[in-house]
Design a protein around this ligand. Structure first.
Ligand code: TZP
Ligand code: MG
Length: 209
């Protein structure tokens, strides 16, 4: 069977989160270090700005054949011909996205409650975001902290690809994979690193352990 979700290390990037280098440089370095999926997640920006950044980022990612996912903006995602879109429970729904964008190849949906696992919205997604695995200062409007036991519980209930996000780093990546996640998603572990390529490489090594 073809593995439709082969990704292991997922960079969720915004210009603001990149502390030491321009976000395009961070993305390129991260890909060189082992990131194989990238999401552009820009809050507090205009659609025009978001779109411009997405075009710039996609140009780089295309060179490495790394797919671009757009956070919660269907218009931008389709305009830049991204590979997919990621949404949370309070955003446009996965079923609505598929109606509008029939050939979307990678649709991500974050779950914050076990009950959501059984929903049509979850089943419509190509992967589920376990959000957040651990509390993080990068996103504070969260409801739950899944922890390792939450990851294991979700793994026992679904065969869907699982992306772990929230305070993920090289110290905890291996155990979260062991608990059942397919892929580790990070913001600050790479965006705030002085050497994003090295940070990505360390994460990737832990994931592949
Ligand atoms: N969704 C759930 S936690 C999170 C998002 C976007 C932020 C993760 O950031 P960090 O810095 O990797 O903890
Ligand atoms: Mg959202």
């Amino acid at each position: 069977m073809v593995n439709s979700f082969p990704y292991r290390l997922y960079l969720v990037i915004s210009e603001e989160a990149c502390l030491h280098h321009h976000f395009l440089k961070v993305a390129e370095q991260a890909v060189k270090g082992g990131v194989d999926l990238v999401q552009l997640r820009e809050k507090n920006t205009t659609t025009e700005e978001f779109q411009q950044k997405a075009f710039q980022l996609k140009e780089i990612l295309d060179r490495y054949q790394v797919p671009l996912i757009i956070n919660d903006n269907l218009e931008v995602a389709q305009k830049v011909e991204a590979s997919g879109i990621h949404v949370g429970t309070s955003d446009i729904s996965p079923t609505q996205i598929r109606k509008t964008w029939q050939d979307v190849s990678c649709l991500g949906y974050s779950i914050e409650d076990l009950k959501q696992l059984d929903s049509l919205e979850s089943k419509t997604a190509d992967y589920l975001g376990i959000s957040p695995v651990f509390k993080t200062e990068t996103k504070t409007d969260t409801i739950i902290e899944w922890g390792l036991s939450g990851v294991a519980k979700i793994r026992s209930l679904t065969h869907q690809p699982l992306v772990a996000i929230g305070h993920m780093n090289a110290k905890n990546a291996a155990e979260v994979i062991q608990a059942g996640a397919n892929c580790i998603a990070v913001v600050s572990a790479i965006c705030a690193a002085k050497d994003p390529a090295k940070a990505a490489e360390q994460l990737r090594n832990e994931i592949e352990k």
